[in-house]
Ligand binder design. Structure first.
Ligand SMILES: [Zn+2]
Length: 269
């Protein structure tokens, strides 16, 4: 599952090659949009909103979500141009200008809608951690609206605040010294936790490699995420990995329940 910072980076990369340019190709490889052709139109911009990538072309928006496997690649065109680094049959969207081709592979979602519907289409999202209009108070209000809910799933719920994926929610809980199963109401400093989330995503949004520990050494880029069985960098206890989720996650078969934590630094509630 992507984190908001990687979607932000992909949007910035697409924006650099597409914005202000005329599309020579617009190939949406999804049956319901097979007839949509925006070639000849000029791309206004490509922006991230939470974990959505929005390509805005006149009065039309192409919205994609990477979900588990999705990725956008940019390829230069012209003599000796590189081959696609993913299988062609997984391409869902190809947007090209005279100079570049942007290809969305294995996108979890691809929808096209009129720009006038943007607000309505995105209204299920809480404040965007990487948005210019980030609103910490509103994020806190939404989190506190369900005080009994476990904080791990609450941080991942894009309706509360948008941009946190599996990596950040584990890291944020560790930095707050809070077990991911603890109820929101038991978090001693919820504003501090939300501030940490904002800071981590902001500092990582343009870094090539995500770092939450303040060191770029490969072995210790995260405190707990992906480090199960290894020693906690603070207390030398063994990091634990488990699935915590809510009934609604299980019903939807969502694969975003894995959490890592330190049993000593983050005692069970
Ligand atoms: Zn520890």
């Amino acid at each position: 599952m992507p984190e908001g910072d990687s979607v932000y980076r992909q949007a910035a990369q697409l924006h650099r090659v597409l914005a202000g340019r005329t599309l020579t190709t617009c190939d949406l490889r999804v049956p319901s949009y097979a007839a949509v052709d925006l070639s000849g139109r000029v791309v206004d911009d490509v922006v991230a909103h939470g974990k959505y990538l929005l390509c805005r072309i006149g009065d039309t928006v192409i919205r994609s979500h990477l979900k588990m496997e999705g990725v956008w690649h940019v390829y230069p065109l012209g003599p000796g141009h590189p081959r696609w680094r993913r299988a062609a049959h997984t391409a869902r969207c190809v947007l090209a200008t005279d100079e570049h081709q942007a290809v969305g592979f294995s996108l979890g979602e691809l929808v096209v809608f009129p720009r006038s519907e943007s607000a309505q289409r995105q209204q299920h999202l809480g404040p965007d951690l990487l948005g210019d209009d980030w609103d910490a108070q509103e994020a806190l209000r939404r989190l506190r609206a369900r005080p009994e809910r476990a904080v791990g799933p609450a941080l991942l719920d894009q309706h509360n605040l948008a941009g946190i994926g599996n990596v950040y929610r584990s890291e944020i809980c560790f930095l707050a010294g809070v077990h991911p199963s603890a109820p929101v109401s038991a978090v001693p400093d919820l504003p501090g936790m939300v501030e940490t989330a904002h800071r981590l995503l902001q500092v990582n949004r343009l870094r090539p490699r995500r770092v939450t520990t303040g060191t770029a050494s490969a072995a210790v880029r995260t405190w707990v995420y992906g480090r199960d069985g290894q020693l906690c960098l603070r207390c030398r206890s063994r990091i634990v990995r488990a699935e915590i989720g809510e009934e609604e996650d299980r019903r939807r078969g969502r694969d975003d329940r894995v959490v890592h934590w330190c049993p000593h630094c983050q005692p069970q509630p």
